[in-house]
Design a protein around this ligand. Structure first.
Ligand SMILES: *Cc1c(COP(=O)(O)O)cnc(C)c1O
Length: 420
């Protein structure tokens, strides 16, 4: 390795030790990857995917068989009745917003049961951003059940779900919080509890960062609707943009009327040559997610050996690809992010610096050297410059590439006298 990158022996020794610690977890990740790969492959075979499905469509995009069959493949993989997979979902927030506006009506009530949802959803719900055309502006009520000791509070959820609740909303990933991610089984349990109280309730999961981390998706254990981004897990690092919704056929149909128009729904939408990369992205997704998970587990083990507090730990359960690392001070956060950037395949020569990013209440430093702008299935790290000085790290298209970035980050911290 030192022919190519200079890493000090003491850091490499820790790396070897970290790899030993990771071996059981890596085996487990390989098993999940293999199962998910077969699941995807079977769906391709069952739906008789052929090269002709990659053909581009223009204009209205009527009768685009590639697009129509991609929805079917996706539905099979997610164990759902139906799916809507489109490059013209601009991001995860747009996809989740489409799903929420698609199924909720004035007077309905949305209940989030996993505490405060992901930041960008606040404007959609109307927690902030009233007047922008939020759900609240359209008369959709909102309330939430807080987590208890960082876990779902099933008792409080049971009490909160009554006939007035239209949708129970749950976020699988920790997002940028320090709480643990939620397992598909935990989501299944909430669905069961909620539907016992109100059989008509719609259970929707924000599945961002969660796809293919386990062998099952929330739709297979009781969720009626899931949505996520294609520049995270589900696009396999191949999709350049887009999102997906999957779930009950009647609900996905309503979402399609929101994406385009009532009446047209999913029957229109030129694919402009994107079909191939969306198919290929799904095909790669289980493997890419496995690599991202291995990267997270390794970084967790390595930095724990250095003496940092880190969550989740390498041997703790994890149900998303996000890793957070307590680096204790601004200098270390910045050096870490600069080290990650320096090993990135793209934009390695840029030096990330903290800046006042719009929408944040403190400065933020970010490392991202990705083939797709903002893709967080590719290795990226970002850190608000404030107590408790945590960096959030996710992604890694392949383990070896992420590993050298993690080592370069440690080396950079060491060179500045910061590494513990
Ligand atoms: C990333 C993310 C979103 C929003 O997706 P964007 O693509 O950033 O708009 C929503 N929820 C969770 C849990 C996420 O991780």
């Amino acid at each position: 390795m030192n022919d190519l990158f200079n890493i000090d022996d003491d850091i490499l020794k820790k790396s070897d030790e970290a790899l030993r610690l990771c071996s059981d977890r890596f085996k487990n990740i390989d098993e999940i990857t293999e199962y998910n790969q077969l699941k995807v492959q079977k769906a391709f075979i069952d739906n008789k995917i052929s090269e002709s499905y990659f053909a581009s469509s223009t204009g209205y995009g009527y009768g685009d068989r590639g697009r129509e069959t991609l929805d079917k493949v996706w539905a099979q993989v997610f164990g759902a009745e139906s799916a809507l997979v489109r490059h013209n979902f601009t991001c995860g927030t747009h996809t989740l917003s489409t799903a929420l506006f698609g199924v909720l009506r004035p007077g309905d009530k949305m209940l989030c049961v996993s505490g405060t949802p992901y930041d960008t959803i606040h404007n959609v719900i109307g927690i902030t951003g009233q007047g922008m055309g939020s759900l609240k502006d359209f008369g959709v009520e909102y309330s939430q059940v807080e987590l208890k000791n960082d876990r779902l509070d099933n008792k409080a959820i049971e009490e909160a779900v009554d006939d007035s609740v239209t949708m129970v909303y749950i976020q699988r990933s920790r997002g940028y919080e320090l709480r643990p991610s939620l397992s598909v089984e935990e989501i299944g349990k909430v669905s069961e509890i909620a539907k016992k109280k109100n059989p008509d309730v719609i259970v929707m999961a924000d599945n961002c960062y969660g796809e293919f981390v386990q062998t099952h998706e929330p739709t297979q254990l009781g969720a009626d609707l899931v949505a996520g981004s294609l520049i995270k897990n589900a696009g396999g690092g191949i999709a350049q943009t887009g999102g997906y919704i999957a779930g009950r056929a009647d609900l996905v149909e309503k979402c399609s009327y929101r994406l385009t128009t009532p009446g047209l729904g999913g029957e229109v939408g030129a694919t402009l040559g994107h079909n191939r990369e969306l198919y290929m992205g799904l095909f790669y997704a289980p493997h890419t997610v496995g690599e991202a998970l291995k990267s997270a587990v390794y970084i967790s083990a390595l930095y724990e050996l250095f003496g940092y507090s880190i969550t989740p730990k390498y041997n703790e359960p994890r149900y998303d690809i996000v890793q957070s690392l307590g680096l204790e001070n601004e200098e270390s956060l910045v050096a870490f992010c600069q080290g990650i950037q320096s090993g990135s395949p793209i934009d390695s020569f840029l030096l990330p610096e903290p800046w006042d990013m719009p929408g944040y209440d403190s400065k933020v430093v970010m490392a991202a050297g990705a083939f797709t702008l903002g893709s967080s299935i590719e290795l990226s790290a970002d850190a608000p410059i404030r107590e408790p000085y945590y960096a959030w790290i996710q992604g890694g298209l392949n383990f070896h590439s992420a590993k050298i970035c993690a080592l370069l980050a440690a080396q950079r911290m060491k060179d500045r006298g910061l590494l513990k």
